[in-house]
Design a protein around this ligand. Sequence first.
Ligand code: TLP
Length: 364
Amino acid sequence: MVTRTVDLRSDTVTKPTEAMRAAMASAEVDDDVLGYDPTAQRLEAEIAKIMGKEAGLFVPSGTMGNLISVLTHCPIRGSEIILGDYSHIHIYENGGISTIGGVHPRTIKNNDDGTMDLDQIEAAIRDPRFEICFPTTRLICLENSHAHSGGRCLSAEYTDKVGELAKKHGLKLHIDGARIFNASAALGVPPSRLVQAADSVSVCLSKGLGAPVGSVIVGSKTFIDRARIMRKTLGGGMRQLGVLCAAALVGLQEHVGKLEGDHKKAKTLAEGLNKISGLEVDMATVETNIVFCDILKEANTTEMELCKRLAEHGVLVLPEGPKRIRFVIHHQISDTDVQYALSRVQHAVAGVCVAGVANGSGDH
Ligand code: TLP
């Protein structure tokens, strides 16, 4: 019987802390659709300042933050955007930019480190002389850290180069910065520097910062004014929003400084997983709080089976693709939890290996 569960499915699974709940209970609030909630204004200004942009806007989720940003940059249906084939916007957001905004995605291969080749980006920009046939390219999207490459970070220099390319062709640059604070902690570079070249950034509050709800998008004052209208159009205008923003303000104060520690724990976890026969982690990919773990042939199991088995052993993780599972560290995971999880994983995997040998399927 499992007596304890370590939840490593995502950094979105954190529960609001006592300090957050207290701040939510005492938050000063007003109607934010009318533009009067003081706590929302405080949080938006704070995130905008940290990101080095003029203004910010609280939105209900990272998905809506990306959607509003793309639609605000691409007000004309049939606009095209260039983005990674493994970007969150392209894979995990229900194709909202197309279904809701009529925006056409032009994907470029995401390299193992989350980048896209600059020459491929440039080659994908449509020639306006053929506008009669082509959609018009208006936007390039990056993701930092890049979730589907295991949380790897884009450098400020790389982002600058993409920004220069965008400028040269009259395009805008949006960054899905769901985990930009993780990238900043891992690279030792302020978030404002990492997003300097961007026209807009979507920053999640419900991941590394541990807030229960929301994201803030940042950009120029004009961009945010238009984004605010788009938020209302999509039904994302909220009234006494300060109760949510108060929790995020606590997260900003208390959890940003813990991200480096989260990354250390991710490395310890990855090293431990590497010692378990049947599992393999490419240590070069472990830059932040996400660990992708490959299931080797000798483990004789699939990602779905292993996730189920790990859950039975008290470790919650998610499948990340064929023969791969994902572990994510967050501020509510302690060093002891990491060690406990490793011992449970060891047990679970040993169980499947033994079962495989016993039923003669171990050498498949
Ligand atoms: N990612 C979630 C899942 O959707 C996979 C997770 O557990 O990692 N951008 C990036 C890079 C993200 O990883 C996510 C969430 C989002 C945007 C969307 O944020 P929400 O869930 O707030 O809509």
